[in-house]
Design a protein around this ligand. Structure first.
Ligand code: UT7
Length: 322
């Protein structure tokens, strides 16, 4: 039986830091409100000419270095993003070329904040099926470029960044299971109304930006993530106490704390980066993962639960033996 295991991780953040106090000068908000309601203190924002592909490339290079893999080792690239550099080619293809990787399949996945978990599940399935042996899995976003900087309900929440892992075939697990879900009935609660096929509204340009009914999304996120935690544990016949680390999507500290309580996991066993990174959508889980691997908190052999919830709605989890 072939499994996939995580051989290395990497991440990358843009240089520019925007604090809550900086945002107080742009919209009617306060550092106190943002921290109380979300736990966010600051976020990283890409430069005007800095793209999702730029961030993804650096994160991928770091993950490949950590895994000890070169361009010729990689035979699959799956990149999760909602903010691609261009309509086409995919950002995965653009990054493939920059990494001097040629010929292997490379494609983007669009599942908004659940994107990385979707990408990880797809790459894991490719490897288990014998269709790839060493995959680069990337979550990268420049969400700042689809934010309405006049809307205090959304612009204070998001940030930019990228995270990546190298997944390789192994006789030992690895990825123990992945669980993916979606329900398009909730599309209007969290979306960018305009798009390529619907056209861009030249008059009301706001339609090209993120719109969210935050409170309704919050309630759905808490309930749905609670259910997927149960589903993941049951599927693997595990108890809550078998989980060493929770690596949650970093949207809101209150949601993260709720899931930690459900797992009866002390907050010290939860990787929390939302204060520094904000919500980086598809990049949030791999970014948090890489931070905790590099600072030595997460160790080989430990059991990790990753989970995410986002626009679509989409939601998913991955149980990983690191
Ligand atoms: O990553 C994808 C999934 N996304 C999420 O999981 C996000 C889920 N939602 C949330 O995290 C929270 O709902 C928010 C942080 C977005 C909002 O927190 P909330 O506790 O749900 O607040 P609310 O939307 O109910 O708004 C409460 C008040 C409102 O004022 P009134 O109507 O009570 O007078 C808002 O207008 O807070 C106001 N408000 C703000 N005030 C200061 C909204 N945004 C801001 C702001 N600064 N930035």
């Amino acid at each position: 039986m072939t499994y996939s295991r995580i051989a290395g991780t990497g991440s990358f953040l843009p240089e520019k830091v925007v604090t809550n106090h900086d945002l107080e000068k742009i919209v009617d908000t306060s550092d106190q409100w943002i921290q109380d309601r979300t736990g966010i203190k600051q976020r990283y924002i890409a430069g005007e000419n800095e793209t999702t592909g730029d961030l993804a490339e650096q994160a991928a290079r770091r993950a490949m270095d950590a895994a000890g893999k070169g361009p010729r080792d990689i035979d699959l690239i799956v990149l999760a993003t909602t903010t691609p550099d261009q309509i086409f080619p995919s950002t995965a293809c653009l990054v493939q070329s920059r990494l001097d990787i040629h010929g292997c399949p490379a494609f983007d996945i669009q599942a908004v904040c659940t994107g990385f978990v979707y990408a990880l599940a797809v790459a894991d399935n490719f490897i288990r099926a014998g269709n790839a042996t060493c995959a680069l899995v990337i979550g990268a976003e420049t969400f700042s470029k689809i934010l309405n900087w006049k809307d205090r309900g959304t612009c204070v929440l998001f940030g930019d960044g990228a995270g990546a892992v190298v997944l390789e075939a192994s006789e030992e697990p690895g990825i123990l299971s992945t669980h993916l879900h979606a329900d398009g009935d909730y599309a209007n609660l969290l979306h960018v109304p305009d798009g390529v096929s619907r056209g861009y509204d030249q008059v009301q340009q706001e339609r090209a930006f993120v719109e969210m009914r935050g409170n309704e999304v919050f309630k759905m996120a808490v309930n749905t993530l609670g259910r997927i935690v149960d589903e993941t544990l049951e599927h693997n016949g595990l108890k809550k106490s078998d989980i060493d680390w929770l690596i949650p999507h970093q949207a809101n500290f209150r949601i993260i704390r709720g899931i930690a309580r459900k797992l009866q996991l002390p907050i010290e066993r939860v990787v929390v980066t939302v204060a520094e990174h904000g919500n980086t959508s598809a990049a949030s889980v791999p970014l948090a993962f890489d931070v905790a691997v590099r600072d030595g908190r997460i160790k080989r052999g430990e059991t990790l639960l990753m989970e995410a919830f986002g626009g679509g709605f989409t939601w998913g989890s991955a149980l990983v033996k690191y």
